[in-house]
Design a binder for this molecule. Structure first.
Ligand SMILES: [Zn+2]
Length: 78
C-alpha cells in the first residue's frame, strides 16, 4: 500500500510514497513551503491503490514466469 498527500487548496498531489509517515512528511514540507506553515483547507492523505503492486500484480508475475518456463521446456524438452 502506498500513500499520497493531497492539497485541495493548491489542487496538487504528491508522488506516491511507501508509508503514511512519509506522506505526513510530504504534508509538513508542503505546508511549510507553500502555506508558510499554515494548514490549508481540504488536505488529505489517501491510500494510493493505483501504484501499489499488491497480491494481484505478484500473482500475475508468477503466472507469467510459469508460462515462460513451460514454453522453454516445450522448446528444449524431449
Ligand atoms: Zn497547498
Amino acid at each position: 500500500m502506498s500513500y499520497r498527500y493531497r492539497c485541495g487548496t493548491c489542487r496538487a498531489t504528491s508522488e506516491p510514497v511507501a508509508t503514511r509517515r512519509a506522506a505526513r512528511a510530504e504534508q509538513r514540507w508542503h505546508r511549510a513551503r507553500e502555506h508558510a506553515g499554515l494548514i490549508p483547507d481540504d488536505e488529505s492523505i489517501e491510500p494510493d491503490d493505483e501504484h501499489t503492486v499488491g497480491s494481484g500484480g505478484l500473482l500475475l508475475a508468477i503466472l507469467v514466469g510459469c508460462l515462460i518456463v513451460e514454453a522453454l521446456y516445450r522448446i528444449t524438452g524431449p
